[in-house]
Write a protein that binds this ligand. Structure first.
Ligand SMILES: Nc1ncnc2c1ncn2[C@@H]1O[C@H](COP(=O)(O)OP(=O)(O)OP(=O)(O)O)[C@@H](O)[C@H]1O
Ligand SMILES: [Mg+2]
Length: 370
């Protein structure tokens, strides 16, 4: 699939902007703080309804304005769709082909994107919450039902934690209600676990080869870490129930749930060592890049559509050899939108085939001129 056109109104530093992209390589270039990342962010919001770099929607609205609007035309092998996101300080409106969509899970699988941005390094360096968030976002794009299951799980988790807090305070809790809650909780937990596990297994089909192509190193893979003991022949549900029983007293003492996918994690392993502890900055960057490129293959195989690849400032921190290895992985069949401050960092052939967009102070000042 590819994004043919995007139109922005009062988004970040853009008053109005209209850009036409080509289905292959597009390069957005310009000095610092001109709006390159903001434009990628708008594409991200149009796909996912939220920003990848700010949890506060209001930050997306141009300073001094009260609303923001974006519209895009996405072309797939089957059809062409218009997506619209409207933001006000208190509301968000989503539309597909002019029709309002109330449920986010019905909206976000219409335009699939894979993004790499500098803060992605935190996926390795940061806490497990960021890695769970990554899996949740990607699975929501792959399977619309995942987001519904996750929302149900989070609601049940909250209800369960509320009960545990009542236990903690010595208040009355209806034990049979708590047991029923546990059953639902365990069922949803199991679904999330299975989907995440399968997702990681699939990524591991593509990941080692791509990492080797870029970095020259073998033996890179991902491991999904769950706090449930999966060595036994019992089902996830049975194991989880046992673990909940085991931690029952502790949970009532602290008033929160200690077992379940909201505690799981993802590890990046190179030569049996965790990259978080042993990887260099460059290795971590290449690991994340390989992960994102693997996702393209996964989406293509699984959804029969190639997602749109957004690369925010990836080239500036890789050495020459790694940059050119990475560029070999950028192909004309995947719509790729790249930002850079320096066109000189990119291959001449890549530039010659690309749609070049020069951004300055929230406007396009030239197209396809260097
Ligand atoms: N809500 C907003 N309203 C108006 N301007 C904003 C808003 N949010 C951010 N900006 C402005 O947008 C600019 C930053 O844009 P952006 O992050 O896209 O830069 P960039 O071109 O990617 O730069 P760099 O090369 O440094 O990454 C800053 O000048 C910032 O003040
Ligand atoms: Mg930027």
């Amino acid at each position: 699939m590819f994004l043919k056109k995007i139109y922005l109104d009062q988004f970040r530093n853009y008053e109005h902007l209209e850009v036409t992209f080509q289905p292959s390589i597009n390069i957005i270039y310009g000095d610092n703080a001109q709006g390159k990342t903001n434009l990628l962010e708008a594409i991200y919001v149009l796909s996912m309804t939220k920003s990848h770099r700010s949890s506060i929607d209001n930050a997306l609205i141009k300073n001094g304005e009260t609303t923001s609007y974006m519209k895009g035309t996405v072309v797939t092998s089957q059809s062409s769709k218009t997506l619209e996101v409207g933001l006000s300080k208190t509301k968000k409106l989503l539309k597909i082909n002019q029709g309002e969509v109330k449920k986010v899970s019905n909206y976000i699988s219409n335009m699939n994107i894979v993004i790499f941005y500098p803060e992605d390094l935190d996926l390795i360096k940061g806490g497990p919450g960021l890695r769970r968030r990554f899996m949740n976002l990607e699975l929501s794009q792959l399977y619309p039902s995942y987001l519904d299951i996750l929302n149900d799980y989070n609601k049940l988790l909250k209800m369960r934690n509320d009960c545990l807090k009542q236990y903690l305070k010595g208040e009355f809790v209806d034990e049979s209600y708590f047991q029923i809650l546990n059953q639902y909780f365990v069922d949803k937990a199991s679904l999330i676990y299975q989907m995440r596990k399968k997702f990681v297994e699939k990524l591991n089909h593509y990941l080692p080869k791509i990492f080797e192509d870029i970095s020259g190193r073998k033996n890179f893979s991902l491991i999904y870490r769950t706090n449930i003991d999966m060595d036994s022949s019992e089902s996830y549900q049975e194991q989880m129930k046992k673990k909940l029983m085991k931690h029952s007293e502790a949970e009532k003492r602290i008033g929160s749930t200690l077992v379940g996918p909201h505690k799981d994690d993802l590890e990046f392993i190179l030569d049996e060592r965790n990259l978080k502890l042993y990887g260099s900055q460059g290795q971590q960057r290449m690991a994340i890049l390989s992960l994102k490129l693997s996702e393209i293959d996964l989406f293509r195989d699984y959804k029969k559509e190639t997602p749109i690849l957004l690369l925010d400032d990836v080239f500036s921190e890789l050495d020459y050899k790694k940059r050119s290895n990475l560029m070999k992985h950028i192909d004309n069949n995947t719509q790729t939108i790249i930002t850079t401050t320096e066109l000189g960092l990119l291959d001449q052939t890549l530039i010659q085939n690309a749609n070049l967009i020069h951004i300055q102070d929230g406007s396009i000042i030239s197209e396809n001129e260097v």
